[in-house]
Design a protein around this ligand. Structure first.
Ligand code: IPD
Length: 330
């Protein structure tokens, strides 16, 4: 049995993780310049299929992060996307464990599309407790600690609260108060979805049918305002935390894609659940974290006496009545 990390320890780890994300961000930018200047596919490789990409920079960034963490926190465990893919698969324990995606949005990274980030999450006692997501292309850094709120730091003006915020100063999430933003139904929502890397005919049919029901007019659909695919699970979740997306749904991504975002979203009043059959109580258990089915809904104002949690559960039910489940590919 290890004792839980204290709030003071978490704040110290947050400082370390933020510096590490910035350092990794510089390497991501260097990699992007190198890849965009290269004439052929060069260092871009494939994992399980031709759309599941990895570059030498995914591996380099993961090495940098893993080595720095090992020096600073030698007793913490580490799960990284690239080392996991190449066979290192430690079981989750009560000990503090970092979940790291060195470059989330690798496809964007390869194409020079500026939605890619490093995502560093920390789980303690099997619960996500800290998250840092940094997009070096847009200089947007999201961070959160369980019980201490979540924040966006950026030099790019993003919104919009009616008050002046100094550029680069932390802005508390969500940027607009959830209390002003009810969700009467899925109609009128902005929903993030992803095509993912499972391109079997059955998976794509189920996704496409689900997307179609979300977009279509009644009686065949719920007529959401629109669907978005940012191309990075972590940034989708960060945008839900920010309040720029109403929700994000994906089946098939992994704990390192979502761990940091879960903390940031929850601290912004967001709701996280797993598959349709998961109890929708907003508690992120180990089976939700590792279950590879995720639905995240922003902070929502209740309607006529409804609590915020009940409003989010209502939207989750409506959502799962609209979309199809998709079998996992591994
Ligand atoms: C992927 C991205 C993508 C999501 C995939 C993830 P990667 O991560 O987050 O948006 O659809 O499920 O695997 O491969 O870019 O690190």
């Amino acid at each position: 049995m290890t004792s839980p990390l204290t709030p003071t320890e978490l704040q110290e780890i947050l400082g370390f993780t933020t510096d590490l994300a910035r350092k990794a961000g510089a390497l991501i930018l260097e990699g992007s310049h190198a890849i965009q200047r290269a004439s052929g596919p060069g260092s871009v490789g494939e994992k399980k299929n031709a759309v599941d990409l990895v570059t030498e920079y995914d591996v380099k960034v993961e090495e940098l992060v893993r080595n720095d963490i090992a020096r600073a926190y030698p007793r913490f465990h580490f799960v990284g996307e690239e080392s996991y893919s190449s066979g290192t698969r430690p079981p989750l324990t009560d000990s503090p464990t970092f979940f790291v995606d060195p470059i989330d949005g690798t496809t964007n990274f390869v194409h020079g599309h500026p939605y890619a980030c490093i995502s560093i999450g920390l789980v303690d006692q099997r619960i996500p407790v800290l998250g840092v997501i940094y997009n070096p292309f847009l200089e947007q850094l999201y961070r959160g600690v369980r019980g201490a709120g979540s924040f966006l730091h950026t030099h790019t003006p993003v919104l919009v609260t009616g008050t002046d915020t100094e550029l680069g100063a932390p802005q508390r999430l969500p940027l607009a108060p959830a209390s002003a933003r009810p969700l009467p139904s899925l109609a009128g929502t902005l929903i993030a979805v992803e095509w993912g890397s499972d391109r079997t005919q059955e998976a794509i049919r189920r996704k496409a049918d689900s997307f179609s029901r979300l977009a279509a007019a009644p009686p065949n659909g719920v007529m959401a305002h629109s669907l978005r695919s940012v191309g990075s699970a972590a940034l989708n979740i960060a945008l839900v935390a920010q309040g720029a997306l109403d929700m994000y749904w994906e089946i098939g991504c992994w704990p390192w894609d979502v761990c940091a975002g879960i903390v940031i979203a929850q601290e912004a009043g967001g709701f996280v659940t797993g598959s349709k059959d998961t109890p929708h109580d907003g508690v992120v258990t180990e089976s939700i974290l590792t279950g590879r089915r995720y639905l995240i809904i922003r902070g929502v104002a209740g309607i006529s006496g409804e609590s915020s949690l009940d409003a989010q559960r209502r939207i989750a039910r409506e959502f799962y009545d609209t979309v199809e489940d998709i079998p996992l590919d591994e």
